[in-house]
Design a protein around this ligand. Structure first.
Ligand code: AMP
Length: 110
């Protein structure tokens, strides 16, 4: 069965899309934890970092993240986060990168 994010990529489920290229789709998180909270998702479905092969759309994630940041004018900075597995709080088993911005982001993260 297709993942939730694959269904968004296929436009079967609505989302506020902010960026798309051949390899990745980026859309606003439905439950934002920062004024800017975008998910960047490789179009090829892979459950998470632990399941990655050497090749694939995931290799393009960082470039897509930079493109999203430029498009949204995030000149002051932003944070990129990937949650892997239950202990990190991963809830959707389709690899995705969170892009967070628009408020001070403390370190270490919770
Ligand atoms: P993670 O906890 O790292 O797996 O992140 C999953 C993220 O997906 C969470 O921040 C959710 O708020 C977000 N999310 C879940 N369903 C949707 C949806 N339909 N559209 C946009 N974001 C979603």
């Amino acid at each position: 069965m297709a993942s939730l994010f694959t269904r968004i990529i296929r436009r079967e489920i609505p989302a506020e899309i902010v960026y798309e290229d051949e390899h990745c789709l980026a859309f606003r998180d439905i439950a934002p934890v920062a004024p800017v909270h975008v998910l960047i998702v490789p179009k090829t479905e892979v459950a998470g970092v632990a399941d990655l092969g050497a090749e694939g759309d995931h290799q393009h994630l960082l470039f897509a993240a930079r493109s999203v940041a430029e498009k949204l004018g995030l000149k002051d900075g932003y944070r990129l986060v990937i949650n892997q597995g239950d202990a990190a709080g991963q809830t959707v088993p389709h690899l995705h990168m969170h892009l967070l911005a628009g408020r001070p982001l403390s370190w270490p993260p919770g």
